[in-house]
Design a protein around this ligand. Structure first.
Ligand SMILES: [Zn+2]
Ligand SMILES: [Zn+2]
Length: 115
């Protein structure tokens, strides 16, 4: 069986989140490699769509939205006008830092809450 990438996306589009968030199958037999590759691609695509749905805002210390003043991924302080991404667990990170993380692992880097 061979799958077209878009066919996979179509199949997965309405799949429940857990289907795509279960363990990444790193190994897998060679026969399944093409499928796994497609599935991983679809997962990443799906995650990037989910990531775009998360809220983000330009940081402004004058209008504090939370007590967090730095990004736990790079450990740098949030600077004025940097884009801050707020996850569902209300932890905040630089969007450029956390987006890269979320593509690989759809959980909060701090508390591991799912996206
Ligand atoms: Zn950062
Ligand atoms: Zn969190």
């Amino acid at each position: 069986m061979s799958y077209d990438r878009y066919e996979i996306l179509y199949l997965l589009r309405n799949a429940p989140a857990q289907t795509l968030d279960t363990n990444d199958h790193e190994s897998g037999s060679s026969a399944n490699n093409a499928f796994t590759e497609c599935l991983n691609w679809a997962r990443k695509h799906w995650r990037s769509v989910q990531i775009k749905k998360l809220s983000s805002y330009p940081y402004n210390s004058e209008i504090r939205r939370s007590d967090q003043t730095f990004c736990s991924v790079c450990l740098e302080n949030f600077e004025f006008k940097q884009t801050v991404r707020k996850l569902g667990c209300s932890h905040e990170f630089h969007s450029q830092c956390v987006d890269k993380w979320l593509i690989l692992k759809p959980t909060c880097p701090l508390c591991r809450a799912p996206l």
